[in-house]
Design a protein around this ligand. Sequence first.
Ligand code: SAM
Length: 214
Amino acid sequence: MSDDLPTGVERRDIQGTDRLATWGEPVYGEPTDGEWRAWNPDRSKLGAMLESGMDTGLAGGADETVLYLGAASGTTVSHVADFAGPTYAVEFAPRPTRDLLSAAESRPRLFPLLADARKPGSYAHVVEADVDAIVQDVATRGQARVALENRRFLADDGRLLLAVKARSEDVTRDPADVFADVREELAEGYDLLETERLEPYHEDHLGIVARPLE
Ligand code: SAM
């Protein structure tokens, strides 16, 4: 476990509460101090992973490239684009993508892509090779498979930061069994470095930090 936060992510007093924060325009009605915006771990799995002290390996800074899968309307990926460099944000639903485009207006390093994360070939011509991190929060069946299929984009020393939602795989199964299966499938292409349940922020979700196998 590490308390290191990426450069550009700070703990700040925002409206009287100590919070994780990034510097940028607000996106989802989060409190700000005028410059820094609170990063709410209840609304963000990556925020919950950082708040839980998981060692994400994220360094932050303009040189760090990120592929984000399952961007939705941009709640989390907007924070990532506040602290990282080029941030490719894949989302396949048109309605949230419209909001994602708004979040990108004040963020020149955020590149929204209306695409299916199960078809990485459809955005391979846009996403640069060897990204430093893949952040995945797709909440659909086959979450391990999506991570394996997008491994091609990840640098050899890069990190996969995956949030697994048990109920998206199978609502009827014990989440612990679902997580065991996901871990086993993921091991086909990744070395799992750290796993942690994301309660109390997100029920029946597992946070995983992994690196690609050679
Ligand atoms: N990561 C977001 C955040 O923290 O702001 C929330 C993501 S939400 C839990 C899951 C999103 O993944 C949904 O917007 C859904 O449309 C998207 N999604 C699911 N399957 C996908 C796929 N195959 N390709 C792209 N997006 C997908």
